[in-house]
Design a protein around this ligand. Structure first.
Ligand SMILES: NC(=O)c1ccc[n+]([C@@H]2O[C@H](COP(=O)([O-])OP(=O)(O)OC[C@H]3O[C@@H](n4cnc5c(N)ncnc54)[C@H](O)[C@@H]3O)[C@@H](O)[C@H]2O)c1
Length: 403
């Protein structure tokens, strides 16, 4: 265990296990590996301090080492305690990076780890969900003068940054990585589409074919989840509040209907809205015996887990990461991963090739930020040349040529 991170690394003896996971994803993240070679020569982050606050698993570890190869001092922390992999934390720690995360940390511990990572006084922050940006607008505002900018990874963080900007309260430049085409088309849609079902299948060991699957939210994530559920043989129902998206879902061949009605028919409900309390008591009460519930959105509170637990007359841990709750009606509903982002809490997150495009955007956007003269506090689109470059590298890595 390194001297910098005493008492945090939960399983230092698992460093080798974490290292082999990182090696495996490196083999399958060719774009990022190419950028690592480029950064190793050019050292664009020499003298810079980079904080990475993303779901802390092997692909994120790979991104952190790319910044280190580019000359940065790097601190890493997790954006959700349930997604933190202790073996990967141990591997990063053994490699000498500053790492502050532990699987299953409490909310208070997670905040403490984020603050410890912020003690690095970062120039660049890679944020995932906006928690670091929130700290920088509150208790850690003293760090703003040294901060060059933030790259935001996900829809929820983008929405939070835009809300601050709209209120005239945003105090730093935020590059909206999530809004790059190479992000949402691959990561939110195909990454979530595959990894959510991987997580549901491995956690429940049940079949998807023939089941009625309800997807709540037909945005990029919901679209991917619906597409793959259909491919697995499920009947798919979409619940939306945006009439255009509901009409689109219908034209795509899915049924669209109100959520309470859909819950009566559901074998599996997946939330993907990014909105607190999307699935609530009245929806649980409409569910029939055996229904499975999982959340693909960023925050756990998308499903009102507290209401479910309060409503339940009995509960039972039926499998790892799968808890059953018996409702007053006698029906059992089963919650995956305690409502945490299911593909990471109950699985390994997006496939490595998908995070290759997302994290290559992050690496290039961070380099863009350090190369700019001080940018005004605002939200910024990913420059189109970066989006195109990542797509070109993606095509090259898969041997595809175009006109
Ligand atoms: N699981 C993952 O790996 C992963 C990957 C990327 C993003 N995310 C997260 O998933 C969430 C969704 O992201 P996205 O990119 O799909 O967002 P999006 O904005 O493209 O889609 C969200 C959709 O939900 C709909 N919606 C909102 N409230 C609703 C409600 N009460 N009922 C029905 N529909 C509702 C909106 O109209 C919108 O169409 C965010 O929290 C994001 O951060 C998760």
């Amino acid at each position: 265990m390194s001297e910098q991170t005493p008492n945090i690394v939960a399983s230092p003896e698992r460093a080798a296990e974490g290292q082999s996971k990182i090696e495996w994803v490196r083999r399958n993240m060719p774009i990022l590996q190419g950028l690592e070679k480029e950064f190793s020569k050019q050292k664009p982050f020499a003298g810079k301090r980079v904080l990475v606050c993303v779901h802390l698993e092997a692909k994120t570890a790979n991104l952190a080492t790319v910044f280190a190869a580019g000359g940065a001092t790097v601190a890493v922390t997790g954006s959700n305690p349930d997604s933190t992999k202790d073996d990967v934390v141990a591997a990063l720690d053994a490699a000498g990076l500053l790492v502050y995360a532990r699987h299953g940390a409490t909310v208070e511990e997670m905040r403490r780890y984020m603050n410890m990572a912020l003690d690095l006084r970062p120039h660049i922050v890679i944020d995932d969900g906006g928690d670091i940006v929130e700290l920088l607008h509150g208790p850690r505002a003293e760090l703003l003068p040294e901060l060059i900018g933030v790259c935001e990874e996900t829809t929820t963080g983008v929405q939070r940054a835009k809300a601050l900007a709209a209120a005239g309260k945003l105090r730093l430049p935020v590059v909206l990585v999530n809004e790059a085409r190479c992000k949402y088309l691959f990561d939110n849609m195909h990454g979530t589409g595959q990894s959510v079902w991987d997580a549901v299948m491995r956690t429940t060991n049940l079949v998807i074919a023939g089941k009625t699957v309800v997807i709540v939210g037909f945005g990029w994530c919901g679209r991917g989840c619906a597409l793959r559920a259909q491919g697995l043989g499920a009947q798919v129902i979409i619940c939306e509040i945006d009439p255009v998206k509901a009409a689109d879902a219908s034209m795509m061949g899915y049924q669209a209907m109100p959520l309470t009605t859909a819950c009566r028919k559901a074998d599996i409900v997946i939330t993907a809205t990014g909105i607190t309390g999307t699935l609530r008591q009245k929806h649980f009460e409409a569910m029939s015996d055996g229904a499975l519930i999982a959340n693909a959105g960023h925050f756990q509170d998308e499903i009102d887990v507290i209401a479910l637990k309060t409503l339940a007359v009995r509960d039972e841990q039926v499998r790892e990461k799968l808890c059953g709750y018996q409702l007053p009606s006698g029906a059992w509903v089963y919650l995956l991963g305690d409502g945490n982002i299911v593909n990471i809490a109950c699985g390994d997150g997006h496939p490595a090739e998908v995070m290759d495009t997302s994290f290559s955007l992050q690496a290039l956007c961070a380099r863009f930020l350090v190369g700019e003269t001080r940018m005004a506090p605002a939200v910024y689109a990913v420059p189109d040349h970066i989006d195109r470059r990542v797509a070109e590298l993606k095509l090259a890595s898969t041997g595809i040529e175009i006109d």
